[in-house]
Design a protein around this ligand. Sequence first.
Ligand code: PGA
Length: 321
Amino acid sequence: MTYYTVANVAAVKISMHITLRQLKVFERVAQRLSFTRAAEELYLTQPAVSMQIKQFEETIGLSLFERLGKKVYLTRAGEELYRLSRSISQQLEAAEQLVEEIKGTEGGRLVVSIASTVHYFAIRVLADFCKHYPKVRVSLKVTNRKGLLQQLGENETDIVLMGQPPHDQDLIAEPFMDNPLVVIAALDHPLARKTSVVLDELRYETFLMREQGSGTRSSVERFFAEKGLPMSANMEMNTNSAIKQGVEVGLGLGIVSIHTVEHELEARRLVVLNVECFPIIRQWYIVYRAGKRLSAAAQAFEGFVCQEATRFVAASASPLE
Ligand code: PGA
């Protein structure tokens, strides 16, 4: 007679093929300690249940049940396996539930990464999205263009909202809204009194610029280079808020997305200058990795972005006209 300890039960398990069906039948018999009741509950015949258990025992080389008198008992090995099979079943149930959640929009997790510049728009979309899908757990990451490309590269995010991504990366990118970049100034800035400003007048102005790695920054640099104007980033700030505040207190001019200054324009804390060749029209894109399997929640979010963009544009009073 061989005695099996927990350790050698585990060792035996490694080299065998237990089917989920065997585990399920075993678990039910172990629960009821009756082959007959287990068979009834599983809609099987009693010989079919006995056969499954026999095969299971042969596979693992251990007896799982013992019959003493009229009663069925679990052997020591049976007790250990019962404990393990309960936990396997619970994990399988959790996996099934998770799959259902991911398939539907009833739950699951959605990781959205956005450019700091688009955050003014994205927060509204997210608020609306969460009202419609309250069970989806949303994780929002806000960073600049460089950070977003990194997250896409590392597959750390589901969906990204950003400026045009580079063509040499395997990305799906759909434009969803214009992103006009405008020149902003303090109300008492000398250029704010002018109805129009020629480009050359910017030559001697101090600019508050976004940091290296910002999409806004590289667009502005490209624009100045194309127009043959010197671009000295006299002051560098890594948030749009800092730039707006700096401009407001008279540190210089700023070039930012119109979507970032809605409130300040409304409150008459800043003005948009009517500069020749401005606004620089960029576009916002919804971006994800080619081959990425978007969950139902991510697909729903994609739809929301496009729908909200149309409403957002219609509702925004355009200070550019
Ligand atoms: P930002 O904008 O990096 O200037 O915040 C993002 C982008 O343009 O991609």
